[in-house]
Design a protein around this ligand. Structure first.
Ligand SMILES: O=P(O)(O)OC(CO)CO
Ligand SMILES: [Mg+2]
Length: 285
């Protein structure tokens, strides 16, 4: 049977490539930085510009009425972040904005597509490395046309684990993040890493360079495309409490297999993070 979303998938790859070229060019000139939810939650004109380019191209191709859009900067500017059954694009125009601002060489464009709340495909363009990661549900994951496969390590002592620190620096949360990292480091694992972009971190899981990436406080646009790529590369996704992965929950463990995922989950100190789809009027800054 013909794949109803193949055209959208192919188009998303080209849109991501074009967006990445805009980011690469912008990285060569002076970058003006503003802040969002905290003084370390950075945004630039490039984030906003690239999101407009991506959503503009998708709307032109697929029409405004039938498809919905959840974009990091649109949500920051007050648009809703509800995932419905409608065909929905979930977009992070610049994942790794802090890296982009500092010239740290991992910056990704992340575009995912969901129908009936199921992720159909994900595209992550690591634009400074010029690597195109992509996956279509049921059809495998690829980096520049090379098939991706997660690592086969099942012994946590032989693993590299990724986590990040997030942009909420309230001392009690930072304490839990570091306590979790300390416990995992002392299992011991071979190492802890972090690229500064959730999208790239998930591509590292999918390509077998690391065994797992987990985080509390990320958003749906950081991980939606990566979720498809990890799954199609043979990996697993779980909630940090061991339950099923929930895209809107702002918490996730992605791993090469369930043994590694559940071993990490034993060490994670969970803290509150408001859901992406929490009612807007109740949302804290
Ligand atoms: O750079 P962004 O898009 O804010 O995303 C961060 C998450 O806070 C890295 O994944
Ligand atoms: Mg992001």
């Amino acid at each position: 049977m013909e794949d109803p979303w193949q055209e959208a998938y192919d188009f998303a790859v080209e849109v991501a490539r074009g967006a990445g070229a805009v980011i690469r060019k912008a990285a060569e000139s002076e970058i003006k930085v503003s802040t969002k939810s905290s003084t370390v939650d950075l945004v630039t004109k490039t984030d906003e510009r690239v999101e407009k380019i991506i959503i503009g191209s998708l709307k032109e191709q697929f029409g405004e009425g039938t498809h919905c859009f959840i974009g990091e900067e649109s949500v920051a500017n007050g648009e809703s972040c509800n995932l419905t059954d409608k065909p929905t694009w979930i977009i992070d125009p610049v994942d790794g904005t802090t890296n982009f601002v500092h010239g740290f060489p991992f910056v990704a464009v992340s575009i995912a597509f969901a129908v009936n709340k199921q992720l159909e495909f994900g595209v992550i363009y690591s634009c400074l490395e010029d690597k195109m990661y992509r996956a279509r549900r049921g059809k495998g994951a690829f980096c520049d046309d090379e098939p991706l496969a997660v690592s086969d390590v099942a012994d946590i002592h032989k693993s590299i684990i990724i986590s990040e620190h997030g942009t909420d620096r309230s001392p009690e949360k930072v304490k839990k993040i570091f306590s979790t990292m300390q416990k995992i480091l002392c299992i011991p694992v071979h190492g802890l890493r972090g690229s500064g972009t959730a999208a790239t971190n998930m591509c590292l899981v999918a390509s077998g360079a690391v065994e797992a990436f987990f985080e509390i406080g990320i958003h749906c646009w950081d991980i939606a495309a990566g979720a498809v790529i990890v799954k199609e590369a043979g990996g697993v996704l779980l909630d940090v409490d061991g339950g099923p992965f929930d895209l809107m929950s702002r918490r996730m463990v992605s791993a090469n297999n369930e043994t590694i995922a559940r071993r990490i989950i034993k060490e994670i100190e969970i803290f509150d993070s408001e859901r992406d789809d929490a009612p807007v009027q109740k949302k804290k800054k």
